[in-house]
Write a protein that binds this ligand. Structure first.
Ligand code: NAD
Ligand code: 2ZO
Ligand code: NA
Length: 503
């Protein structure tokens, strides 16, 4: 249930466990994409604030109350955060919808996922205690060796607007579980819930500086974080062009980065599926959930020619049935896109596709009943060829383009015909065929007879231009750890490499 008349909290930057006004005192308006109204504002951090936050993070690591904690002690903080998040679930979900345009149903599901992700990494933090020191047996009498897993240090976490608190959590929870001190820089287009995470950390008594939250613009707050000499790693989720900038800045200091970038993922549908409607719904969900603003959206439908016409007829019926409304309205299934910039971008993709000769089978216009807000009907585009922009580029909106195939070889070639490599889906009841596609798809995520279900136990990330490194699962924790080898000489005998002068 939405909380009507919810108050938009007015916050400052969260640094060293306190709310702190940005040095330059600037603020950025919060716009509700469903109404185009300004509903509040967030602080705008600059390089000066980044310096203060990095210093706070370094001090946290040097203090015993954070830097010497066991995994079990950190797990207590993570569980307390999860409990507070659940206590405030309805309010946070409403705030997320007001800020990003996400349907209330999806925002509420995100809050459950956020809390579950903190719980999951609490378990992994506890398990880390027994793995902190691993002896390595060399079968030598003169040496004792072991490997330590330690927190990597101060980490910068830069995140996007499409799942504001969830994408932040995929990085914050494992970074804290590992014992790092973190600086989160959420997207300026949707930061409300990330700032509320700051309030929750304050309430549960997370040691000062363990997590700092700097809202602000990318070039003003994100860039100085990426190039800061005392930030040991940047974990980034966002667009390809920003990923390139971050990697370039980090390279100057040989700072490690992990990049979760965009995609143009395929969903391949074979004519052996049992139930057309079930496959149609997955195709719809795979591309139109979160108004298509999903990095892993399966936005290229590759359908076997023999069922294409019937499949598209059904797809059209299902698409027309999607309720488009204010995201807080009950049963809303498609809200507005996040911002006016994103709205213009989506409309431009549609007009370019038309100009290049593609057919708009359905949608792409403002819904008649919604006069305000960044709303666009879901769009299905046919007569697409592989050189068109709409086939090649990520739209990040509710835009599905369709191509047909005859043979399995043709399907796999079309599926892999992309610079991206995040996810792929196959719909078929032929188990061996699904195995062949699992091997052939050039992506980090494979969905079989579904699209998008995500579990925090499993690694999330891509290859090719979708980036590298993994969030979630044990892989999402490893990236915040430094692996340190320790070699001890235990013999009483001299090493005897040089001639002793006393002989
Ligand atoms: N692979 C994934 O897991 C995943 C998940 C969600 C979103 N995405 C991708 O994110 C993109 C949409 O998100 P977006 O529009 O917020 O992306 P974006 O790249 O514009 O912004 C992402 C973050 O980077 C910051 N930023 C911008 N310029 C910067 C700079 N020069 N230095 C440092 N930080 C900077 C932004 O302020 C924001 O916090 C899409 O391409 C989508 O595919 C990927
Ligand atoms: C869990 N989801 C919905 C697949 C979120 C993917 C994150 C990328 O946009
Ligand atoms: Na907003």
């Amino acid at each position: 249930m939405a909380i009507r008349n919810v108050r938009i909290p007015s916050r400052q930057l969260y640094i060293n466990g306190e709310w702190r006004e940005p040095v330059k005192k600037n603020r950025i308006p919060i716009i509700n994409p469903a109404t185009e109204e300004i509903i509040g504002d967030i602080p705008a951090a600059t390089a000066e604030d980044v310096d203060v936050a990095v210093e706070a993070a370094r001090r946290a690591l040097a203090r015993d109350d954070w830097g010497s904690t066991t995994g079990a002690q950190r797990a207590k903080y993570l569980r307390a955060i999860a409990a507070k998040l659940l206590e405030r679930k309805s309010e946070l979900a409403t705030l997320e919808s007001l800020d990003s345009g996400k349907t209330l149903f999806e925002s509420a599901a995100d809050m459950d996922d956020v809390a579950a992700c903190f719980e999951y990494y609490a378990d992994l933090a506890e398990a880390l205690d027994s793995k902190r020191k691993t002896p390595v047996n060399l079968h030598l009498d003169s040496f004792k060796t072991y490997v330590l897993r330690e927190p990597l240090g101060v980490v910068g976490l830069i995140t996007p607007w499409n799942y504001p608190l969830l994408m932040a959590t995929w990085k914050v929870a494992p970074a804290l579980a590992a014992g790092c001190a973190a600086i989160l820089k959420p997207s300026e287009l949707a930061s409300i819930t990330c700032l509320e995470l700051g309030e929750i950390c304050r309430e549960v008594g997370l040691p000062p500086g363990a997590l700092n939250i700097l809202t602000g613009l990318g070039p003003e707050a994100g860039a100085p974080l990426s190039s800061h000499p005392h930030v040991d790693k940047i974990a980034f989720t966002g667009s390809g062009p920003t990923g390139v900038k971050i990697m370039t800045a980090a390279a100057q200091l040989v700072k490690p980065v992990s990049l979760e970038l965009g995609g143009k993922s395929p969903i391949v549908v074979f004519d052996d599926i049992d139930n057309l409607d079930i496959a149609v719904e997955w195709a719809l969900f795979g591309c139109f959930a979160n108004t298509g603003q999903v990095c892993s959206a399966t936005s290229r439908l590759i359908i076997q020619e023999s069922i294409a016409s019937e499949f598209l007829d059904r797809l059209l019926l299902w698409t027309k049935n999607i309720k488009i409304s204010d995201p807080l309205e009950e049963d809303c299934k498609l809200g507005p896109v996040v911002s006016s910039g994103q709205y213009e971008k989506v409309l431009k993709f549609i007009s370019n596709a038309k100009n290049e000769g593609a057919t708009i089978l359905y949608g792409g216009k403002r819904p008649e009943h919604l006069k305000k807000g960044y709303y666009v009907q879901p769009i299905i585009i046919t007569d697409v060829n592989t050189s068109m922009e709409i086939w090649k580029e990520e739209v990040f909106g509710p835009v599905l383009c369709v191509k047909t195939f005859k043979t399995e070889e043709e399907a796999i070639e079309l599926a892999n015909d992309t610079k991206y490599g995040l996810a792929s889906a196959i719909m078929s009841k032929d188990v061996e065929r699904c195995e062949r596609f699992t091997k052939a798809f050039q992506t980090g995520i494979i969905w079989i007879n579904c699209s998008q279900p995500t579990f925090h136990q499993l690694p999330w990330g891509g290859k090719k231009r979708s980036g590298f490194g993994r969030d979630l699962g044990e892989w999402g924790l490893e990236k915040y750890l430094n692996i340190k080898q320790v070699t001890e000489y235990t013999s009483d005998d001299a090493w005897d490499f040089y001639k002793s002068p006393s002989n």
